[in-house]
Design a protein around this ligand. Structure first.
Ligand SMILES: Nc1ncnc2c1ncn2[C@@H]1O[C@H](COP(=O)(O)OP(=O)(O)O)[C@@H](O)[C@H]1O
Ligand SMILES: *[C@@H]1O[C@H](CO)[C@@H](O)[C@H](O)[C@H]1NC(C)=O
Ligand SMILES: *[C@@H]1O[C@H](CO)[C@@H](O)[C@H](O)[C@H]1NC(C)=O
Ligand SMILES: *[C@@H]1O[C@H](CO)[C@@H](O)[C@H](O)[C@H]1NC(C)=O
Ligand SMILES: *[C@@H]1O[C@H](CO)[C@@H](O)[C@H](O)[C@H]1NC(C)=O
Ligand SMILES: *[C@@H]1O[C@H](CO)[C@@H](O)[C@H](O)[C@H]1NC(C)=O
Length: 665
């Protein structure tokens, strides 16, 4: 008997199959290098892929597939013994999970190709619960198993075994090979995704089954992995089919045969691995469950993270966002970044709040870069009108430097908010010392007189020594700050205009604090250096008497400080007007002088008031203080103001703007 299949030789060169018979019992021999165009009998999930792989299972869970050489072979010699045969095949196992596959595959010799009642999963598509180990099965198989099934006494989850009629291997070994040179065992992993080769050799004479394995690039090792003596004559039927069986369970494994050769009574033809088709890339499997679950989660997580990042970034940017216009470029050096101020004041925390004035809150801060202590005044402003003029004024004021003026360092602008940055005055504002609780340390006379002289010097600088006349508009004890050396420093100068809501500077809105405002300022709303002098006079009286300009706690029914001091002057009891907190410990001449100068400065008639130049000369004793005339002593500030239509008790009704600006002191 001799047959030849020319159609197997022609196509593509991917495969080569030849079958030839020997002398006696049809010594069949074939070689497949890939399976394109071959006539294997397949069932279940088994199929030949377009690139020539024999795909036994395709990733379907709990599936099985078989592929058999189409015609039966004759295994028995005339004496009824199974003759020698030799098999070689190259296989590969893949799955979407890296290094995890289930179950396995087997080379099988069986009396027929009907495995319809065999089970998948651990049964490898070979048998079922009832028929397992039944001698009538007549199958011989070499299993390659990636699962350790206790019921079949599997040695591990990566083994090769000899199966007779059932899945309990009569002999098994961990997958691997014995090194030809050292003779040591090297394991291989069925789950590695790499193709590897198996040789099964049966010697009819020795009744010995040899199983040998190697990785693809290796030659067949000299030493077999398993060498087991067993007479297959009791198992293999005279006519039997050879092929492969494979099954999967809950992991989408795919089992492939890349090449296969067989020979009866001779060594199986050598498989030229270079000519084998390639395995698909590992893990490339449509929709693995793992990816189906993890990918959406990963994407959601990624999107959430990116979103959160963007929001955080935006919030950061929003937090520090500023208002900046083209015209501000020239003021650049005077501009602070909001970020720096934000960090300096630790995010405008309440613990850094120094106080709140009529215009806004003041925070203490330390500039990170220079370690400079600053006070940041947060002023809310709505109108952009006049902002340019105002900022240029801020910048020009920033250039004023005097030891009795609080240095304005710069500004920053945000929407609806203006921030003014000043030198920090460590001893706070003067009014706290003047009106502290009785018994607490107050300022002694020398300190007070020094502060008075200092403020006069600062105001003189603003009025006459600076390149242009700067009117302070809001001189009062609470605007006098004390630096670390207890020097009086005038703060807030020139800024009262801002609160004119950016309207015409020659406005009729009076700005200032009630009690410090000259009568003509209240009438006309026009500020002048002499309205500052008036306020300075009130300030002088305030510091000397330790009383507020309008005070209900005087020792008689008078409420206006000027009138009260005048009364004492008329009655020759001027020393009684001096602050009782000093406990009589003061320079009487200086105190009386201060009171008289205060009265002169706050004279209701502008032409009677000295200018700051003269005030400075009086204070320095360069000029004698003019005596107050009888006429000077006869006026009464309250009635004078009432003549003008103002009543200190009903201020709010007549001049709303003033009372709202003067704040809650
Ligand atoms: N440069 C500064 N250094 C230290 N403290 C300051 C400074 N500026 C203002 N303060 C504090 O903040 C408070 C409020 O200031 P401010 O708004 O100027 O008050 P007002 O509007 O009544 O003049 C002051 O009483 C003072 O204690
Ligand atoms: C696997 O093979 C079976 C049977 O041929 C088929 O029904 C199924 O769609 C295949 N699955 C894939 C993923 O190719
Ligand atoms: C393939 O093998 C089967 C079974 O031996 C046979 O019936 C069929 O004719 C063969 N087909 C080809 C194309 O040889
Ligand atoms: C395969 O075997 C089953 C039972 O073992 C039987 O029912 C079925 O008819 C057989 N199929 C073929 C094609 O012989
Ligand atoms: C070989 O066996 C050792 C010990 O059992 C194991 O740690 C190692 O992972 C195995 N290697 C492979 C490739 O299976
Ligand atoms: C099987 O292996 C043994 C020992 O390694 C060897 O003596 C024998 O020749 C081998 N038989 C076949 C058929 O390769």
């Amino acid at each position: 008997m001799k047959f030849f299949l020319p159609w197997l030789l022609l196509p593509l060169g991917l495969h080569l199959a030849s079958i030839s018979t020997g002398d006696s019992h049809g010594d069949i021999q074939f070689l497949y290098l890939g399976f394109v165009g071959t006539n294997l009998s397949v069932d279940g999930t088994a199929a030949i892929t377009t690139n020539g792989l024999l795909e036994l299972t395709n990733g379907t869970l709990g599936s099985k597939g078989h592929a058999f050489y189409p015609s039966p072979l004759h295994f028995l010699k005339p004496n009824g013994m199974v003759q020698s045969f030799s098999v070689a095949f190259v296989f590969g196992i893949r799955s979407s999970y890296l290094s995890m596959t289930r179950q396995g595959l087997a080379f099988v010799v069986a009396p027929n190709m009907n495995f319809s009642d065999a089970l998948a999963n651990q049964y490898l598509g070979l048998t079922n619960i009832a028929k397992n180990n039944n001698p009538t099965n007549h199958f011989f198989a070499i299993e390659l198993d990636t699962v350790q099934n206790v019921e079949f006494k599997d040695i591990d989850s990566n083994h090769v075994g000899i199966d007779i009629n059932g899945l309990t291997s009569i002999e098994a070994h961990t997958v691997g090979y014995y090194d030809d040179i050292s003779g040591t065992f090297h394991n291989l992993s069925l789950n590695s995704g790499n193709a590897m080769q198996v040789w099964v050799d049966y010697s009819g004479e020795a009744r010995q089954i040899n199983v040998t394995m190697a990785s693809l690039e290796m030659e067949k090792p000299a030493r077999s992995l398993i060498s087991y003596t067993y007479d297959l004559s009791t198992v293999i039927t005279e006519s039997a089919y050879i092929g492969f069986s494979s099954s999967t369970d809950e992991i989408d494994s795919r089992h492939y045969i890349l090449g296969w050769s067989f020979s009866m009574n001779r060594p199986a033809p050598k498989i030229d691995v270079a000519k084998l088709p390639k395995l698909p890339p590992n893990g490339k499997k449509p929709h693995s469950k793992l990816l189906e679950i993890i990918l959406p989660i990963a994407i959601a997580l990624f999107v959430t993270l990116v979103g959160a990042g963007i929001i955080l970034l935006l919030r950061r940017r929003m937090r520090y966002v500023e208002l900046k216009e083209d015209w501000e470029v020239e003021f650049g050096p005077h501009r602070f970044s909001y970020k720096d101020l934000y960090h300096a004041t630790e995010g405008f925390k309440n613990k850094n709040l120094l106080g709140a004035g009529g215009f806004g809150k003041v925070y203490k801060g330390v500039l990170k870069s220079s370690k400079l202590e600053i006070a940041v005044k947060k002023v809310s402003h709505e109108s952009r009108q006049g902002m340019k003029e105002f900022i240029s004024e801020v910048v020009s004021i920033g250039r004023i430097r005097h030891r009795n003026l609080v240095q304005l360092l710069g500004y920053c602008r945000r929407k609806g908010e203006l921030l003014l940055v000043y030198d920090y005055m460590s001893n706070g504002s003067l009014d706290k010392y003047l009106y502290c609780v009785e018994g607490k340390v107050t300022l002694n006379w020398n300190e007070r007189f020094r502060i008075i002289k200092g403020i006069a010097s600062g105001l003189l600088y603003l009025h006459e020594k600076w390149e242009k006349v700067v009117i302070h508009r809001d001189i009062k004890a609470s605007n006098v700050l004390l630096d670390s050396e207890m020097n009086g420093r005038l703060g807030d100068f020139g800024l009262a205009r801002l609160y004119d809501h950016g309207t015409d500077l020659q406005t009729t809105h009076a700005v200032g604090t009630m009690g410090y405002m000259a009568p003509e300022l209240i009438c006309t709303g026009k500020a002048s250096p002499l309205t500052d002098v008036f306020a300075f006079g009130i300030f002088l009286l305030e510091v000397t008497c330790g009383k507020r300009p309008v005070d209900h706690n005087m020792d008689d029914d008078r409420t206006v400080l000027v009138d009260w001091v005048l009364k004492h002057l008329r009655e020759g009891s001027l020393t009684e007007a001096v602050d009782t907190r000093l406990h009589g410990d003061y320079n009487v001449d200086e105190a009386c002088f201060a009171l008289k100068l205060g009265l002169l400065c706050s004279h209701p008639f502008t032409n009677e008031r000295p200018n700051m130049q003269q005030v400075m000369q009086y204070l320095d004793s360069e000029l004698p203080l003019p005596e107050l005339t009888h006429a000077d002593l006869s006026f009464d500030m309250l009635s004078l103001m009432q003549d003008e239509g103002f009543d200190p008790f009903t201020l709010s009704s007549s001049i709303g703007t003033i009372s709202s600006i003067s704040g809650g002191r």
